[in-house]
Design a protein around this ligand. Structure first.
Ligand code: UFG
Length: 333
């Protein structure tokens, strides 16, 4: 296998930092570009601590073309994994321009500079949200349906931009990775998900309730057509997701390739809460409240394409996701 120099944008963030670890453990070298708008510089030190390898870090904004150009001029880059982006669904409704600008301009700048420096491997951080209200399980060949928020649109538009760039330049190889619901943390407990303020997503909210920082979980609706009425999602351990990126990069061939990265298993909100309580032996009080606008009943992946073409399959189950999320939170204090 060839070892590569990979530019990881957003490499100090939740999924980015775990992917840096997986890349380095697979023998690749990592250059991180992150403006730390939703992450901390100390995460870079933690990545070094876990792997024992050095990381080149630039605190930069990848929407700035000259800054990105400087990085490409300084390093011999073999490929890019583009994570940097805003990701809060609710906030994207409040601040659409910030989302469209940041998430789309960054993709365009990176694609443009890649062309200039003849860097032909591009892995993009997309989301299952692009499937909208399709029937589950979601398959890569499905026609994408409109998403209900600007965040989702920025993912769908970035996918189209990269697809068109690849059509115009067949040497440009693109992997569009559609993530399901990443949770958990590195088993060391050193890196994990640390949202600022009150969390929007289920697992960070559950850990805050378990820590007694929030009094109870609000379960958004129990009248969905699901196993117990609560929303069903395909939770994936962030280290499995990280390893999925390494597989995508190592198997990248000409053209555009789309992969679902999930487990293929649906878990309801109440099933996740119960698993968390059992694995960590801690109570998570909750109440049922109204549905959250924009939520769908069920979201889970058909994962056969990634298994077939990347020889990748998620290894870790719900119990490990709950254990590692909690371990990171108890270490983080
Ligand atoms: N939920 C609660 N209470 C909470 C938070 C969430 O009941 O406090 C429920 C939701 O209603 C949903 C499930 O838990 O049924 C998961 O919700 P999350 O907010 O954790 O995740 P979503 O599935 O809504 O969205 C996530 C990411 C998106 C991404 C999408 C892809 O946040 O960025 O997965 O499927 F687009």
């Amino acid at each position: 296998m060839t070892f590569m120099n990979i530019l990881v944008t957003g490499g100090a963030g939740f999924i980015g930092s775990h992917t840096c670890v997986a890349l380095m453990q697979a023998g690749h070298q990592v250059i991180v570009a992150d403006n730390l708008s939703n992450s901390k510089a100390e995460t870079i030190d933690k990545i070094k601590q876990i792997t024992g390898y050095d990381v080149t870090f630039y605190r930069v904004d990848v929407t700035e073309e000259e800054t990105v150009d400087d990085i490409f001029a300084k390093h011999s880059i073999d490929g890019i994994i583009h994570f940097a982006g805003f990701k809060a669904v609710g906030e994207s409704v409040e601040k659409p321009l910030a989302y469209y600008y940041n998430n789309i301009v960054s993709t365009m700048v990176l694609a443009k500079v890649s062309k200039k420096y003849n860097v032909n491997r591009f892995v993009f951080s997309s989301s299952a949200t692009v499937y909208g209200e399709n029937e589950v399980p979601f398959v890569e060949t499905m026609e994408l349906l409109p998403t209900t928020n600007p965040y989702g649109e920025t993912k769908a538009i970035s996918e189209r931009i990269l697809t068109d760039v690849s059509k115009s330049n067949p040497d440009f190889s693109v992997s569009l990775l559609r993530y399901f619901n990443p949770v958990g943390a590195h088993e060391s407990g050193l890196i994990g998900e640390a949202p600022t303020g009150i969390p929007n997503n289920l697992m960070p909210y559950v850990t805050q309730v378990a820590k007694r920082k929030l009094d109870k979980l609000r379960v958004y609706g129990n009248d969905y057509p699901t196993v117990d009425g609560t929303g069903v999602r395909d939770y994936i351990h962030v280290m499995d997701l990280a390893e999925g990126h390494v597989a995508a990069l190592n198997n990248l061939t000409e053209g555009v390739h789309i992969y679902n990265l999930g487990t293929g298993q649906g878990t309801s909100v109440l099933q996740l809460v119960k698993a968390f309580e059992e694995v960590n032996n801690i109570e998570v009080p909750y109440e049922i409240v109204e549905r959250r606008p924009g939520d769908i009943a069920k979201c889970y992946a058909d994962v056969s394409k990634a298994r077939r073409e990347l020889n990748w399959i998620a290894q870790r189950g719900i119990a490990e996701m709950c254990r590692d999320a909690w371990r990171f939170n108890t270490f983080a204090d």
